[in-house]
Every structure is written in structure tokens, then in C-alpha cells.
Write a protein of this length. Structure first.
Length: 144
């Protein structure tokens, strides 16, 4: 039996490869919407609750403002969102979906199912266990 390589023994390696492959699986369905995977995640947050502050979106996606601001500017350039200063506190920026941004939600509804079809050999139990384990990893690494 062949010994597993040193690289594949590193815990981060499998996470890196899996993350890259999942992002790649989303690429084709998202191309039809003109979105990248990170932009899609921002849109998911806003479709769930419109009118959030940049800091709220960043917290939900665990992104800092240096990463999030360019994403939001790009979405604004595509006329999917608009950024407005909060009337209560000028330091805060509120992100609102535009009509085209809201309309895109209907076109995006089938994307998760399309991606999950690529994992057709997985049972519901497999998917549930993976989600539980990933939640645990995220929780443990987020609170250090």
C-alpha cells in the first residue's frame, strides 16, 4: 500500500482543495448571472435581508471591509446594489438591493440544487454530517 504524501497529511490541504473545487462548481452557473462566488454570497445575504450595513454583511460572511468594499463597489457598478450613508450615523453605509438585484434572485434559485447534483453519490446523512463538521470547524476557528 502506498504511503500518503506529506502534503495530503496536512489538515489544511483537504480544506483548500475542497474550497477551490466548490467555488469552481459554482463558477459555471454563476457566469449566467454575471457573478463571482464571493459576489453571489453577498447577494444571498441581501436577498435574505435587504438594507444591511456593510459591517453586518461582513460579519455574516466573515469578511473585513478591505475585502468586502471592492465586492460591493463591483455589485454597485453592475447596478445590483446601491450604497447609501445611514441617516442616523454618517459613518455607516447601508447596502440596498436595486430592482435588477432583486430580480436576479429568481434566476439564482436553482444554483444550489445545480451544484449539489454534482454530489449525487452523497446521501442526505453524508451532507448533514459534512455540514455539522464544517460548522464545528468554522465555530472553533472563529473563536480563537
Amino acid at each position: 500500500m502506498e504511503k500518503e504524501s506529506f502534503l495530503k497529511q496536512h489538515p489544511g490541504y483537504n480544506f483548500y482543495v475542497a474550497s477551490r473545487l466548490i467555488t469552481q462548481a459554482y463558477r459555471e452557473p454563476l457566469e449566467s448571472l454575471g457573478l463571482t462566488y464571493p459576489q453571489y454570497l453577498v447577494m444571498l445575504v441581501l436577498w435574505e435581508q435587504d438594507g444591511q450595513m456593510v459591517s453586518q454583511i461582513g460579519d455574516k460572511l466573515q469578511l473585513d471591509s478591505g475585502t468586502l468594499t471592492p465586492l460591493l463597489k463591483r455589485l454597485e457598478a453592475f447596478n445590483l446594489v446601491k450604497r447609501e450613508r445611514s441617516e442616523e450615523d454618517e459613518r455607516k453605509v447601508v447596502i440596498q438591493l436595486t430592482y435588477p438585484g432583486k430580480s436576479l434572485q429568481n434566476k439564482a434559485e436553482s444554483i444550489p440544487e445545480t451544484v449539489m447534483e454534482r454530489l449525487k453519490s452523497w446521501t442526505e446523512r453524508d451532507k448533514s454530517r459534512l455540514k455539522s463538521l464544517m460548522d464545528k470547524v468554522i465555530d472553533d476557528l472563529s473563536h480563537q
